[in-house]
Design a protein around this ligand. Structure first.
Ligand SMILES: O=C(O)CCC(=O)C(=O)O
Length: 223
């Protein structure tokens, strides 16, 4: 028997570290399609998707567009003064609702979900060779969880510890439709994407190639 022909059923929910939860297949196909369409709109403007320049002179391999607040290394602003000087698109209410449902699905805690009030989304597009080095999300002035949604090609998502970029870390395969939430003791864990797995996505999502990742965050700066 060729075992490779069969995929094992995926678990409903895996706690990768305290406060860090992977929920495979959380987004139905229709929701993924809606998100892809919304991200395409945001990628056009008012602040177009771009590769972020780093203070050391490097340029990130992923392309990023933001809504609500604009992230640039290493702060949030309303206006994208490093791109075209325009204010970013507003953070829509429906995205906040999606974030609350995500927190409820990950933690099974309706109170934590009701309190969750993200005000920014960073939308990253990965082509076949894009990567994201291990880093902490620490430009937010809030320790509310980060909600991460993946669409398109699968990737290896490395989720580490809060001390440094080294071990211990866990490599998780994030597949289109997967949710990953990290908060509580894992909120400031190092994480990154060492590899995208080209050609693994489902074109019916609207993503013929590449990977889309949407992270919802609370900047702590207010709406
Ligand atoms: O693409 C991902 O899954 C991770 C994105 C990320 O780490 C970030 O936007 O800070």
């Amino acid at each position: 028997m060729n075992e490779g022909l069969f995929r094992l059923p995926r678990p409903e929910r895996v706690e990768v570290a305290p406060g860090a939860v992977h929920v495979p297949g959380w987004l139905p196909l229709e929701r993924q399609q809606e998100l892809v369409a919304a991200c395409r709109e945001w990628a056009r403007g008012p602040v177009p998707i771009r590769r972020t320049e780093l203070p050391g002179g490097g340029v990130m391999s992923v392309r990023t567009v933001c809504v609500g607040w604009h992230w640039q290394p290493y702060r949030y602003t309303r206006v994208a003064d490093d791109v075209n000087g325009l204010p970013v698109a507003q953070f829509p209410d429906w995205l906040g609702e999606l974030g609350r449902s995500a927190v409820a699905a990950a933690y099974g805690d309706d109170d934590a979900a009701a309190r969750y009030s993200p005000d920014t989304a960073l939308i990253n597009f990965y082509d076949d060779s894009a990567r994201m080095g291990l880093h902490q999300d620490k430009d937010e002035k809030s320790d509310a969880p980060v909600v991460s949604l993946s669409i398109g090609d699968s990737c290896v998502f490395r989720f580490g510890n809060t001390e440094n970029r080294g071990r211990p870390y866990t490599d998780v395969e994030l597949v289109s439709g997967d949710l990953f939430v990290f908060g509580g003791p894992s909120r400031f864990a190092y994480h990154g994407v060492p590899k995208v797995l080209p050609g693994t996505g489902e074109p019916a999502t609207g993503m013929a190639r590449g990977r889309l990742n949407i992270t919802l965050r609370d900047t702590g700066l207010g709406r």
